[in-house]
Every structure is written in C-alpha cells, then in structure tokens.
Design a protein around this ligand. Structure first.
Ligand code: AMP
Ligand code: ZN
Length: 113
C-alpha cells in the first residue's frame, strides 16, 4: 500500500525506533507514547484491520502474539501489560494497517472492560 504509514515504516521509507523484526513482523516504539512503555507490533503484510483477519492470514496474527510474549519478557513486563487493538473508525483506529499496542507502566481504564 503506497499511502500507508506503517507500510512505509516496514519498507524503511519512514524511520522508526524498531525493537524487533523478522520476515513477517516488526515492532517499534509508538511516536506518541501513552504509557512509559508503548510499542506497536504489526504484520508486514498490509492487513487493514482485525475485521480483515481470515483463514489465510490468521497465522501471522498468532505469530504477533508470540512476538508480544517474547518482547514482554525482553522488556521486563512480567508484572503485566495491556494489549490493545483498535478496529475500524468507530473503534478508534487511526492507522488503517492492523497493529497491536503494547502498553505498560501506567494503569489504563480498568473499568473499560
Ligand atoms: P490507532 O489509533 O490504534 O490506529 O493507533 C495508531 C498509532 O500509531 C498511534 O498511537 C500513533 O501515535 C502511532 N503512530 C502514528 N504514526 C507513527 C509513526 N510514524 N511511528 C510510530 N508510531 C506512529
Ligand atoms: Zn500498510
């Protein structure tokens, strides 16, 4: 996707503070952190949102969670953290390339769910 910020981060066209990369996934610090630790885990493939997950691409989503678990250990988040996915315009999604927020170090809206 030529006009997607996160595809441009994947290609290196836009710089990012990368903390993980493999063939299918990258993780990088959020540019506008909402907690002391706030990074994003994204598939390199341009999947628009969680609404677009299907039998063909769900393996990569499972792998995103493997990466989140590994990074949580590496970044010292063993006491707990939040994984947030905003889905669609009314779900608060602003970048239309599926991503998981990982936040730690501050309590976020325990009453939300
Ligand atoms: P969402 O509102 O769930 O779509 O989240 C999009 C997130 O991407 C926000 O937390 C932004 O701060 C973050 N973001 C936008 N542009 C960049 C960028 N160039 N590098 C890192 N994070 C970004
Ligand atoms: Zn994209």
């Amino acid at each position: 996707m030529t006009d997607c910020i996160f595809c441009k981060i994947v290609s290196g066209e836009i710089p990012s503070k990368k903390i993980y990369e493999d063939e299918d996934i990258i993780a990088f610090h959020d540019i506008n952190p909402q907690a002391p630790v706030h990074f994003l885990v994204i598939p390199k493939e341009h999947i628009v949102s969680a609404m677009e997950v299907n039998a063909e691409n769900s393996g990569i989503i499972a792998r995103c969670f493997e990466v989140i678990a590994a990074l949580a250990k590496k970044e010292g988040l063993s006491e707990g953290f939040h994984i947030i996915n905003n889905c669609g315009e009314k779900g608060g999604q602003t970048v239309m390339h599926l991503h998981f927020h990982v936040l730690s170090g501050r309590s976020l809206g325990e009453t939300l769910v």
